[in-house]
Design a protein around this ligand. Structure first.
Ligand SMILES: [Zn+2]
Ligand SMILES: [Zn+2]
Length: 166
């Protein structure tokens, strides 16, 4: 597995900004966007003893979710090609596409994303583990106390939390 890395989307220009030495004990306190020069202050959360994530390495928020690092465009591209070929392949191309999607999905590495700032963390040790995306957490962070579904934050954030039931 490659070295742990963190990146986020620049709020000013949308370019991808990599956080240097994000897995080290002393990550930088600010990062400059190489495209537009916008400076973003960082407040990285501590790492667990395992080197795993206790919180976001960019903004420090303790709630993160896990997802497959599957490029959406690739998944859609496979389906489009399969649909175009379907009439010529007796629709076998659709079955092949489904299989291909499954293989990609199973072999694709996972990444961990911050609910608040969308910073993407890759290659960190998976202990503590962060559950998959939880709509309740997302709504509480977006709407605060007004969220109908809003439950208070679990102590310690999502590190080692159980998977959402829904
Ligand atoms: Zn920028
Ligand atoms: Zn964050």
């Amino acid at each position: 597995m490659s070295a742990p890395c963190v990146h986020y989307e620049c709020a000013e220009c949308g370019a991808r900004v990599d956080v240097p030495s994000a897995d080290g004990a002393n990550p930088p306190s600010a990062v400059t966007c190489a495209s537009c020069g916008a400076v973003r202050e960082l407040a990285p959360a501590d790492l667990a003893d395992t080197g795993g994530l206790l919180g976001c390495r960019a903004c420090g928020h303790p709630e993160l979710y896990r997802r497959k690092a599957f490029p959406r465009a690739l998944g859609i591209g496979i389906v489009v090609v399969a649909a175009v070929l379907a009439p010529f392949t007796n629709y076998l191309s659709l079955a092949a596409a489904a299989l291909l999607d499954l293989v990609f999905f199973l072999t694709m590495p996972e990444e961990v994303v911050c609910y608040v700032c969308d910073a993407v963390h890759r290659g960190f040790p998976t202990t503590p583990k962060h559950p998959r995306f939880d709509r309740e957490i997302d709504e509480r962070l977006k709407y605060g106390k007004r969220a109908v579904m809003g439950r208070p934050m679990r102590e310690g954030g999502t590190a080692g939390a159980p998977e959402p039931e829904h």
